[in-house]
Design a protein around this ligand. Sequence first.
Ligand SMILES: [Zn+2]
Length: 173
Amino acid sequence: MAKDSSKTPKKSSRTASNPSVSTWAAQCGKCFKWRKISTQEEFEEIRSRFVEEPFNCDNKPNASCDDPEDIEYDASRTWTIDQPNLPKTPSGFKRELHLRKDHSKMDAYYITPSGKRLRSAVEVATFLQQNSEISNISVSDFSFKSPKIMDDTVPSIPVVANSNKKGATSSTK
Ligand SMILES: [Zn+2]
């Protein structure tokens, strides 16, 4: 597991070019294949009730467990795994995720209907106070939990200049 000599630096410029989410996917609980989810909204719908209703191929129109995988979990792209049952983004708002340049973390924030960016629950609370006409949503409709970055799919980048070999995560420490 520790030796992945295949970790060739795939030096595409994607790091700089597209730091936000480009593809949404969910893993089937039965066949474990990854299925592409076409929109963020659909993805959030699945995510919001993931625990009660685990995703499987039957949930996706025209898909079945017999079909080949839509997308392969590999290092050709950086994968981040979201937590289940996060609230769906309130209508009119947009939730954005941006990957930091060094791939260390994704930052979650919300864009309000008027285009203001909210970066924390405190900012949401303040915003809701100032916009008392918005009465049907509350702070709990927002989540700033960022998805977990899957280290094994992060490209080798020179920024990580310490000599820590991968795999040390499980053996050392
Ligand atoms: Zn399946």
